[in-house]
Design a protein around this ligand. Sequence first.
Ligand code: MN
Length: 207
Amino acid sequence: MTYPFKPKELPYAYDALHPYLSEEILHFHHDKHYVTYVNKLNEIIKNYPNLQNMTLEELLTKCEKIPSEARTSIKNNAGGVYNHELYFDCMNSTDCELPTDKLALAINASFGSIEQFKAELEAAAINQFGSGYAWLILSENRLEIIATPNQDTPIAPTVTPLLCIDVWEHAYYLQYQNRRPDYVKNWFNLINWCYVGARYMSLAKEQ
Ligand code: MN
């Protein structure tokens, strides 16, 4: 997909994440925060015909093609689009509550156990200072957990994000107020491991 970017629909009903995330949060988060990033990105790219055939991923990984005066605003807004789309896509499954198959094996090999993986991702999300995200990424075919500030995204030619949690206050404040740890702990119940597993299978090289 290239300019003009269109907001993706939420891939489930607004009340589908109840009781862990309220319908009200999802309306604000998807319809206002996320859609605003899409609109702002389009407003910027409108002025740069040379960038209008670039995909979101290209805008985030080929910054040498972006005029220097637009680099920061494109990084922030294309990141805001990419990060939110992954965040929403990674949630909601009652069928896929745990990693399975090759992703489960890879998580065990990388972190020791699913429990240890959860503990490390939880710590990264809770300890991210201020706004940002915590991620499970595939970096040169290895699983890693990282955190990033603001709308920075880890996507790079050799790095693909598999899963992320948004820890901006807008992601949880209406329901959890200042209790980010409660939000993070509950979010683990929402991970769509079918989606994350399919993403991993499409990217991981055979060892
Ligand atoms: Mn957000």
